[in-house]
Design a protein around this ligand. Structure first.
Ligand SMILES: [Ca+2]
Ligand SMILES: [Ca+2]
Length: 404
């Protein structure tokens, strides 16, 4: 059994509480019961909301915690704490401070604050444009006119054979893996990685695209819910199927490092959307309230409903990803090119790592519509898969490296 490290029991000097969706109401302090004979040197903070808070995360070294309706933090050093909400959907960002006193309980009650300027986000319409003359392989063309200043490569391209868009991830370093004391054993050691510029598929490969390769392919269904519509991601494929498709299309599978950089960005985010848990509304397709209502024996993430019991059409979720990809986390887990190793090498900085040279298993990254556990949904999470494994929650996306 792998060890899940949450590091409970440690609080930073400045507690930053990111509270999505809600504004602030009253703040009160009251004596903390039970300390009359021996005055406490610490205080308590209780955060409540009406309607219920949907996403609360406390961030800090070796400590994080999720709550849905009420958060109670005990053992706080006396002082002033800053509470900050994140801008999300129709709710405006806001922040407030609260003073915690020794032997007292401070209470912050939250009330919703709707941002009147908010409008639902819609995927940007990307006009087709002729190739810019950059040295793309045959069969690929530029989409739009934006280019990467460093490489001169177009920011978006299309694999014409399957009408599949890819986005450029510019060259640079990022931090890969989990810090000490957090995450699973195989996510360590955390290390710096340099990647040359590369292209990554904006979406997972769909059934319709895969059937251009194998016309009779069927992703089947799950308990009567279809997984086989043209716009759903292809599933029940093996790692070898995915590799064969990529070779046929002129693509490659991304390396683990390429997948993680695209999901994590330069800010080291824990989840693809940032630090919040449960996922803010519309973050991705996971095992949710719809799955729980639709399929027997499933238990969705509390207070999360993405509207899809099984796979959703590719590109539906993940509009806040750092480089413009969709569904990197969620919908289906994705095969990567690397062979699986129990640990990262720890060499730093690594340049364009491709994993171990030998080994029987491969790696899949990202959670799926089947996932309801925050450990699995973190971007650092890794999964070992045999090359012959097939399941209803695993597919893939393509990548492309253009040498200059
Ligand atoms: Ca779902
Ligand atoms: Ca995915």
């Amino acid at each position: 059994m792998k060890n899940r490290m949450t590091g409970n029991g440690y609080f930073p000097a400045l507690l930053l509480v990111a509270l999505a969706l809600w504004g602030w109401g009253c703040t009160t302090n009251a004596p903390t019961a039970g300390n009359r004979s021996s005055p406490s040197t610490t205080g308590k903070l209780i955060i409540t909301s009406e309607p219920p808070v949907l996403a609360v995360t406390v961030t800090g070294p070796k400590y994080w915690r999720a709550s849905t309706t009420r958060m109670e933090l005990a053992g706080l050093a006396p002082g002033e704490y800053r509470l900050q909400s994140a801008p999300l959907d129709e709710f405006a960002p806001t922040e407030t401070t609260v003073t915690v006193r020794a032997g007292e309980t401070a209470t912050v009650h939250l009330t919703p604050q709707v941002n009147p300027a908010w409008k639902p986000s819609t995927p940007p319409a990307v006009p087709a444009a002729p190739a810019t003359g950059a040295r793309l392989p045959a069969g690929f063309s530029a989409v739009g006119t934006a280019t990467d200043p460093a490489s001169g490569l177009p920011m978006r391209i299309r694999c014409d054979k399957i009408a599949y868009e890819l986005v450029l991830i510019p060259a640079g370093e990022f931090t890969m893996g989990s810090p000490d004391g957090e995450g699973m054993d195989e996510e360590h050691p955390q290390h710096r990685v340099h990647l040359d510029a590369y292209y990554l598929g904006v979406t997972e490969v769909s059934n319709g695209q895969f059937r251009q390769f194998r016309p009779e392919y069927n992703s089947c269904d799950f308990d009567g819910k279809t997984l086989n519509a043209d716009n759903q991601p292809v599933v029940e494929v093996t790692w070898k199927d995915a590799e064969s498709f990529c070779v046929w299309a002129g693509l490659v599978l991304p390396t683990e490092a390429q997948w993680e950089k695209a999901a994590r960005g330069g800010d080291g985010r824990k989840f693809p959307w940032g630090p919040l848990w449960p996922p803010p509304r519309g973050s991705g397709n996971y095992q949710d309230a719809t799955t729980e209502r639709t399929l027997v024996g499933f238990s969705g993430i509390p207070n999360y409903d993405d509207g899809y019991a099984v796979t959703s059409p590719v590109g539906t979720f993940g509009t806040d990803a750092p480089y413009g990809t969709r569904d990197l986390s969620g919908n289906v887990s994705e095969y990567c090119a690397d062979r699986y190793a129990d640990k990262y090498s720890g060499r730093a900085p690594e340049r364009n790592p491709t994993g171990p040279a030998s080994g029987p298993d491969r790696v899949a990254r990202g959670a799926s519509w089947y996932s309801n556990d925050l450990v699995d949904i973190r971007v650092a999470h890794r999964v070992k898969v045999a090359e012959t494994t097939q399941d209803s929650g695993t597919g893939f996306r393509g990548a492309l490296v253009v040498s200059r």
